[in-house]
Design a protein around this ligand. Structure first.
Ligand SMILES: Cc1ncc(COP(=O)(O)O)c(C=O)c1O
Length: 345
């Protein structure tokens, strides 16, 4: 028997074997505006394909941004979001960089809440996963010449998800790629534009074909400082010091990254945001990745220029404690005295 909703009120899927993949749900949220006006009022509709002009800005010039956040079901059946305002703020910053209007923080959070409520039967039972929310902001109006699109669409869709990596919670095997760059100074690495992602597929596919879980990218100028993985931030631990690359425009300022920095300080670690050379990375006691999708994932080994180094993992690892605390707060098991969780009713 599942909590609160009766068995018939849950979507009929195998809740014990959720993966991180698209499982379409009942409803999505949509809101449009032109470039002269702000977003006004959006609405829910049945999940389905959207119609776009072949000349849409997003299709021709990659004018688009996305976000990712999750809703959890507590044991008592209540639904929680984790810091959705932070995603909203990040979308606003990204929209400014990509010359797009963006929804206000309240509009964004309200749209996410409405999408969760409309798809309530797809929020996994407590402890079995989460409902991943994907807000998208795209230039949907047509333009032949290179220019901001004349019309924009903000939409939110959802999918129930389990673990991001096929390893589950097992330690990741990362590959430091010194050939492909993810971002460069003055570029868009610091915002969540859709156009940052297809360019890393080549490096990611190559690494996966060689048995690695993900790629770690280096800075494009010196090819020496660690930036982040394909869709998550990276931390290193050495003694009592936890370090993570500073957000200087080439890495994404992760919501999870910021939360982990705070939690690590709370439990007495010294935390630094700064440049981390690949040599320092390889000399760490422990390495872990953070992100909405990956949560906090331990790194078991890193390979750089044919040299492989193994790192501490398991119950003694710092990241294990940080993972349990973060997940506890997100799922409403540990009291949230930071005001990070938002209850949906
Ligand atoms: C490139 C990149 N870095 C880091 C992250 C982690 O950010 P967050 O913790 O906000 O999910 C993501 C995912 O959103 C990402 O795509």
């Amino acid at each position: 028997m599942l909590h609160n909703l009766s068995d018939e009120e849950y979507a009929d899927i195998d809740w014990d074997n959720l993966k991180f993949g698209l499982m379409t749900t009942d409803y999505m949220y949509m809101m449009k505006c032109t470039k002269e006006e702000n977003f006004q009022q959006g609405q829910l509709s049945r999940y389905g394909n959207i119609e776009l002009s072949p000349a849409a800005g997003v299709l021709n010039y990659g004018q688009g941004l996305f976000e990712g956040t999750k809703a959890y079901r507590k044991e008592d059946g209540r639904l929680l979001l984790f810091r959705p305002d932070q995603n909203a703020v990040r979308m606003k910053i990204g929209a400014d960089r990509m010359c797009m209007p963006s929804p206000s923080v309240d509009q964004f959070v309200d749209a996410v809440k409405q999408t969760v409520l409309a798809n309530k039967r797809w929020v996994p039972p407590a402890g079995k996963g989460s409902l991943y929310l994907r807000p998208l902001l795209i230039g949907s109006g047509p333009s032949l010449g290179l220019a901001p699109a004349p019309e924009y669409t903000f939409l939110v869709y959802a999918s129930p998800v389990g673990n991001y990596f096929k390893e589950g919670l097992a330690p990741l095997r990362l590959y430091v790629d010194d050939e492909f760059n993810r971002a460069s100074p003055g570029g868009t690495g610091g915002v969540k534009t859709i156009s940052n992602y297809a360019p890393v597929l080549k490096a990611l596919n190559r690494a996966k074909n060689r048995g690695f879980s993900d790629v770690l990218y280096l800075d494009s100028v010196n090819k020496r400082y660690v930036e982040e993985a394909s869709a998550c931030n990276v931390f290193i631990v050495k003694g009592n010091l936890i370090s993570t690359p500073a957000t200087n425009g080439t890495i994404l300022a992760g919501v999870t990254r910021r939360s982990i920095i705070e939690l690590a300080c709370d439990i007495g670690y010294e935390v630094e945001e700064r440049g981390i050379s690949v040599e320092e990375l390889m000399d760490a006691d422990e390495v872990f990745c953070t992100g909405t999708a990956v949560v906090v994932a331990p790194v078991g080994s890193i390979t750089y220029q044919d040299k492989r180094v193994d790192f501490r993992t398991g119950s003694e690892a710092v990241c294990q404690k940080l993972y349990s605390t973060l997940v506890g707060i997100q799922q409403g098991v540990i009291e949230d005295n930071k005001g990070w969780t938002v209850e949906i009713d």
